[in-house]
Design a protein around this ligand. Structure first.
Ligand code: ADP
Ligand code: MG
Ligand code: MG
Length: 909
């Protein structure tokens, strides 16, 4: 909204005394916080902020909006009279900085121009102001020409840097910028102005108001710079926000050794420790402190150097932290022993520090329990459990390739190129990294034996990435700098060749790939979770325990896990799962001892043959279920009957055809292979995703689901008789019509009843339901709910079918789609609210409308995505179900969703 002054049109400029921290949208984060600090009485140089609305108006019309020029002039005059100086005046000049600052701090926005207002005359005035320090004045002037040229006029920055280096070199080995004297600087300045003229085509502007106009305009334009646009797209920031421009009276850290510039954090942003943390550089200006031009001092060293300023700074830090109720980062400058605060914001921190700080602040009484819980990022929680590369090691290591950070954690292992080798070596206890172009379901057995997975193609939702996250295995995907050469059993990247069996290290936190074994460090939290006493004394563990406890009492949604095996079920339960929301039974048809029976089932030409096969599978599957029911004793387990098409259990068509052809050529007996081949051909589908699978398979393959139901019920009876309390939910996949579900239940319920009767067992909980994963089911949920006791939203398929996108192929066009904003976000990561989400909302409401008792859950990957969990909370589901490794994430996200309704965080400054 544009604030309109009835006489003068929109108010495009605010003095620092007029703004506050809440006005980030209009004044940008930097401007809003400068205003806030000014009004808190902190020592901030005076200035004003040109609003983001002025920026958007400029960008819309390509020229300065009506009245802005006069406004700038008016505010400049006010600043001049406050300072008692005039911009760029020869005798006693006012100098300013021009600083961009949008609502969210982002890279790619225009860098700050310091010392604006200097010209050939005012440089003399600056020298006079500083007691005749001509060297200081010239140094400031050359910095200004350099910054203005580079930042405002796009002169390549190296041209200036090379020239500066020449001058430094002339002063001798290892000379620094501070070694240049006035005469050097005067000559350097002449050279800089020549560089400027050559690149820009005109002389360096001497008129200060012209300098200011050009700088402000350049800030406006930088909003649409390439890097800024890319960053916004990546981070889902709107293009319509615009950036503000801050014009701030200059203070000087480069006036000698009693001056300097620094950055400070009120707590350590890496560990969260309550210590003042930061860097200080004496006799320096602005970015020098982070630019690495000279070695900086640790902030504590300022205490000896200038105890008075240090004391003031500590006080300002405390004031800010208390005021914002959070860890702040601060930019400051000391000019001749006088401290100035130039910027503050809530500081960025690691996932680890985030928990420690929130916990400490809760203990210190700075925030309450709800606020503390809202301070930690559910999306980053999983990181805390993963091993990391030791910080010192990481700092000095050079990566050979970079991919997507597909699954968090660092891993070290020997390179293998096939899933079979991974499995074989993994089983021997050898650490391996499976390196593939992409992975397929056929690689699963090797993937789960690997320490890490590295692919050269595929995105963050490729098969490799999804499996890795689901299994908690670190992964780097789509590292396209890696060229795999299978014949030579090696890959190359950036000029380095890595062979089979050589060690590599991958970092799933940032996608980096290294040659060799980098030293890893186990997560403290993981150690504590496993019961390590010393790790349990750490604050991170105390924070985790306390916050998760609070989360469990604050959330409404239950959290279950997707778990297919007893081991996964136990893992999930340890992490707080309250049941299994999806137990897939596919793996129960795999494995050597089962293959023969499964084939017999598929090949059977008579009911008897088929029944025989079922009789072989039944006891094996029953044992599988017994393990799962024991692990989840007392908690509900949703078992999904077989879902994938049958040919997935047969060998690959092409390789089999080749085998048969070759065998025949060599005169071998391949009749068995031929038999299989015929069947594979028969079962081959043009579009298996939409073919004979799910409930359709259950209907066609009479006896298949009955066998599974029998195995489930027999297992449940057995566990019950042991004294356990199995809670069984049988889920029929891919239902599209009410009749499908009704008829299946009609067929299967008698099977269950018969077993319960003959075993003489009563289960405390036995429900029949379906996945809602095809759009038609969502649309006809009212009818389906009449014959279902529960719905579980299978949002992977619902998204695939809702959009008509194949999840396995979306990688090929997703980035283009995001670039052109054809999609707001990857719908396989976060539920697409207006489309798929609407189907869910409708199905929930109508389903419950028809059947008040209907239980509702979600079992797609989205169940572990915090934004999707919030949506599930909103539409009133009973539970979310996710990968065991994301159970804690979901518990936290569910609590945050519940609290978000009630509490507004102070975080947003
Ligand atoms: P960024 O957003 O990149 O941090 P800033 O606008 O904060 O950019 O400015 C860059 C550097 O210049 C910072 O070190 C800042 O403290 C310093 N700086 C900005 N304005 C002034 C000023 N008026 N006087 C002295 N130093 C300043
Ligand atoms: Mg800054
Ligand atoms: Mg499905």
């Amino acid at each position: 909204m544009v604030t309109v002054d009835p006489k003068a049109g929109p108010k495009y400029i605010y003095r620092f005394t007029e703004g506050n921290a809440q006005m980030r949208e209009l004044l940008g984060g930097k401007g809003a916080n400068l205003a806030e600090m000014t009004n808190m009485g902190l020592h901030v140089p005076p200035g004003f902020t040109v609003t983001t609305e002025a920026c958007m108006a400029y960008l819309a019309s390509g020229k300065w909006p009506e009245g802005l020029e006069e406004d700038v002039e008016q505010h400049l005059r006010a600043l001049e009279s406050e300072m008692g100086k005039r911009l760029g005046e020869a005798d006693d000049p006012l100098l300013v900085s021009v600083r961009s600052g949008a609502k969210f701090s982002m890279p790619g926005m225009m860098d700050t121009v310091l010392n604006l207002g200097l010209n050939d005359e005012s440089v003399q005035g600056l020298a006079k102001q500083s007691g005749g320090d001509m060297r200081f004045a010239l140094d400031s002037y050359r910095r200004f020409v350099q910054m203005f040229g580079k930042i405002v006029m796009d002169v390549p920055s190296e041209t200036f840097e090379i020239k500066l280096d020449e001058y430094k070199k002339r002063k001798g080995q290892g000379a620094q910028d501070t070694d240049l004297d006035s005469a050097d600087l005067e000559a350097l300045l002449r050279d800089f102005r020549t560089i400027y003229r050559e690149h820009v085509g005109v002389e360096f502007p001497q008129e200060p108001r012209e300098q200011l106009r050009l700088a402000v305009e350049a800030v406006f334009k930088s909003w649409n710079g390439r890097r800024a646009r890319d960053y916004r797209r990546q981070n889902k920031i709107s293009d319509d926000l615009g950036t503000a421009v801050n014009v701030v009276a200059m203070v000087f850290g480069n006036r000698g050794m009693d001056s300097g510039t620094g950055v400070a954090f009120t707590r350590d942003p890496a560990t969260g420790e309550r210590i003042s943390y930061g860097d200080y550089l004496p006799n320096a200006q602005g970015e020098d402190v982070v630019a690495g031009i000279r070695n900086t001092l640790r902030l504590q060293e300022l205490a000896d150097l200038d105890p008075k300023s240090y004391g003031e700074l500590r006080q300002a830090m405390d004031t800010l932290e208390r005021h914002y109720g959070d860890m702040c980062d601060i930019e400051f400058t000391i000019e001749k022993g006088k401290l100035w605060i130039l910027q503050t914001r809530v500081g960025k921190r690691t996932a680890f520090a985030e928990w420690v700080i929130a916990y400490d602040m809760l203990e210190e009484g700075l925030v309450n329990e709800d606020e503390a819980l809202l301070r930690v990022d559910a999306n980053r929680l999983e990181q805390l459990f993963k091993p990391v590369i030791k910080a010192e090691v990481k700092a000095s290591a050079r990566s050979i390739a970079k991919g997507l950070n597909a699954s968090p954690g660092a891993a070290v292992g020997r390179v293998v190129f096939s899933a079979d080798e991974a499995e074989e070596q993994g089983q021997r206890g050898e650490p391996v990294i499976l390196v593939r172009r992409e992975t397929t379901p056929d690689d699963y057995h090797g993937m789960i034996r690997s320490q890490g997975i590295l692919t050269s193609a595929g995105g963050t939702n490729s098969h490799a990435a999804v499996v890795a996250r689901g299994e908690g295995i670190p992964a780097v995907c789509g590292a396209d700098g890696i060229k795999i050469d299978l014949p030579s059993r090696s890959f190359s990247a950036n000029g380095t060749t890595v062979g089979d069996g050589e060690f590599v290290t991958i970092d799933g936190f940032d996608g980096a790939v290294y040659v060799g074994r980098l030293e890893l460090e186990e997560s403290k939290l993981e150690r504590a979770r496993r019961g390590d006493e010393s790790a349990r004394k750490e604050r991170i563990w105390k924070a985790f325990e306390r916050f998760m406890g609070h989360a469990d009492s604050a959330r409404r949604l239950r959290v279950r896990a997707n778990a297919d095996t007893p081991e996964q079920a136990r893992n999930a339960r340890e992490r707080g799962a309250e049941g299994i929301g999806l137990c897939r039974t596919e793996h129960m048809f795999l494995g050597e001892e089962r293959v023969a029976a499964v084939r017999q089932m598929i090949f059977a030409s008579t009911r008897e043959e088929e029944e025989e096969a079922y009789a072989q599978l039944l006891p094996l599957q029953r044992d599988d279920f017994v393990g799962i029911f024991r692990a989840m004793d007392g908690l509900p387990v949703t078992v999904r009957l077989l879902d994938p098409p049958l040919h997935e259990f047969l060998p690959d068509l092409t390789s089999l055809a080749v085998e048969v052809a070759l065998g025949k050529e060599r005169g071998k007996d391949v009749s068995e292979q031929e038999r299989v081949l015929t069947k594979v051909r028969e079962l081959h589908e043009a579009n298996p995703m939409l073919g004979l699978r799910g409930v359709r398979l259950g209907i066609v393959k009479v006896g298949l689901y009955a066998m599974q139901v029998r195995a489930i019920l027999e297992a449940a009876c057995l566990v019950q008789k042991e004294g356990g309390d199995p809670k069984v939910e049988i889920m029929i996949p891919l239902v599209a019509t009410r009749e499908e579900l009704r008829q299946m239940r009609e067929e299967l319920e008698p099977v269950a009843r018969e077993i319960l009767n003959s075993e003489g067992v009563k289960l405390s909980h036995l429900e029949w339901g379906t996945m809602i994963e095809v759009p038609r089911a969502a649309v006809t949920a009212r009818e389906i709910a009449e014959v279902a006791e529960f719905f579980s939203f299978g949002t992977n398929d619902l998204t695939q079918m809702g959009f008509g996108f194949s999840r396995d192929d979306i990688g090929k066009f997703l980035s283009m789609y995001e670039q052109r904003r054809l999609l707001p976000a990857n719908p396989f990561v976060t539920i697409d609210r207006p489309g798929v989400g609407r189907l869910m909302r409708m199905a929930s409401e109508e389903g419950r409308g028809a059947n008040k008792e209907l239980h509702l859950g979600i079992c797609g990957e989205h169940g572990g995505d915090p934004a999707s969990v919030a949506f599930c909370h909103e539409i009133g589901l009973d539970y979310v179900s996710c990968s065991p490794f994301r159970v804690e994430t979901a518990r936290l996200a569910a609590a945050q969703a519940a609290l978000a309704d009630a509490t507004t965080s102070k975080r947003d400054v």
